[in-house]
Write a protein that binds this ligand. Structure first.
Ligand SMILES: Nc1ncnc2c1ncn2[C@@H]1O[C@H](COP(=O)(O)OP(=O)(O)O)[C@@H](O)[C@H]1O
Ligand SMILES: [Mg+2]
Length: 356
């Protein structure tokens, strides 16, 4: 196991694409980082530099304090698992799992022992003598995990390993991965564009945008205290509500104003003509006007464990997340939208940066 440090790491491809732009990160030994960002933001490029499959244009990769930037992948002791990792069809599950060890000339007895141990951890023991074609998609992905696991690397790198699986299987393997990490405590970097996956797996979540690191924080912090509008919108399902308006200082505090809406905001804030107010659906409640901003119910969406009420008003549109059951308004009904002022997030309308 090892600590992993990225120091001002950048990668520009020969065609001029700047895929990774000055990333600095410190991962403690045994930690699990989820690297989250939209497709094309540089996640795979970053992971490939950690693995040694890509040479940085500038910056350094350190494993346990040792600079490995120019070290060959095979000498780095990192194992990478990716989405479409192919298994050899003519080889048994056991041989597929032992492949990396055999290539490193590990004694056969040791290979057998480690494969058996990994198979046990992954629930693959009874498949060891089978061929990949006799396995389901989820079992095959477990074998791919097993291949990385038997190497007992210093660092695990996962590049969207679950994205080709169906939702149920993804959920199962996510739990499996969390369990494996709790058991082995191997330093891990897990790349995904799926915010739910990142929040559920990562001890820390690093949000990447256009090659730049925007925020690194525990999942709760990324959700509740996003650094900017991009992070706020990328994390959370349904997405955070956004209302355009203006900020006016008022006495000791300030007021966020949109048409038909005036919300008191604590703290002295400057007058800002263009502000985006963000509020999570669970912090919007319904109340008959005049208690809230005037609103009409567009749609009531029942999802079993929760109900989403789609609202519209002169101030814009928002979703309220409420517990199911009880009296629900009908579509078309007039109501009031109450935004919890203590939960409001304010962003500069031009830059998207958080306003303190
Ligand atoms: N081998 C390559 N040559 C040139 N550009 C590349 C190459 N690989 C990726 N890119 C570009 O670099 C950017 C980041 O890609 P990638 O790291 O694959 O992102 P992600 O994994 O987040 O989807 C994209 O704009 C992509 O088109
Ligand atoms: Mg990728």
């Amino acid at each position: 196991m090892a600590s992993l440090t990225l120091r001002d790491l950048s990668l520009t491809y020969p065609n001029g694409a700047r895929a990774v732009d000055g990333i600095t990160l410190d991962l403690a030994d045994g930690s699990f980082l989820a690297l989250l960002g939209p497709s094309g933001c540089g996640k795979s490029s970053l992971l490939r530099m950690i693995a040694g499959l890509e040479t940085p244009t500038s910056g350094a990769v350190l494993l346990d304090g040792r600079d490995v930037t120019r070290v060959e992948p095979k000498d780095r002791d990192v194992a990478m698992v990716f989405q479409g990792l192919a298994l050899y069809p003519h080889m048994t599950v056991a041989d597929n799992m032992g492949l990396g060890l055999r290539a490193r000339r590990t004694p056969e007895g040791e290979i057998d022992r480690r494969v058996a141990e990994a198979a046990e951890m992954l629930g693959l023991t009874r498949y060891l003598a089978k061929k990949p074609r006799e396995l389901s998609g989820g079992e095959r992905q477990r074998v791919a995990l097993g291949r990385a696991l038997v190497r007992r690397p210093k660092v695990f790198l996962f590049d969207e390993p679950l994205s080709s699986l169906d939702a149920q299987l993804r959920q199962e393997l996510r739990e499996e991965l969390a369990r494996l990490h709790a058991h082995t405590r191997t330093t891990s970097v897990y790349v995904t564009h799926d915010q739910k996956e990142a929040l559920s797996l990562g001890e820390q979540v690093a949000v990447l945008r256009a090659g730049k690191l925007i925020q690194v924080a525990p999942p709760d912090t990324v959700y509740r205290d996003p650094r900017d509008l991009f992070v706020a919108r990328f994390v959370g399902e349904p997405a955070i509500n956004m209302i355009e308006g203006a900020l006016r200082s008022a006495g000791d505090g300030a007021r966020f104003e949109a048409e038909g809406l005036a919300l008191p905001i604590a703290g002295r804030l400057r007058d800002t003509p263009r502000v985006t107010m963000g509020i999570r659906p669970e912090h919007v409640a319904l109340s008959p006007a005049p208690a809230g901003a005037p609103a009409t119910v567009d749609r009531v969406e029942r999802l079993g464990g929760e109900t989403l009420i789609h609202l519209r008003g002169p101030w814009g549109a928002a979703i309220a997340r409420v517990a199911p059951g009880g009296a629900m308004p009908d579509a078309g009904a007039a109501t009031g939208a109450v935004f919890d002022p203590t939960r409001v997030l304010l962003f500069d309308g031009a830059s998207g940066e958080r306003i303190a």
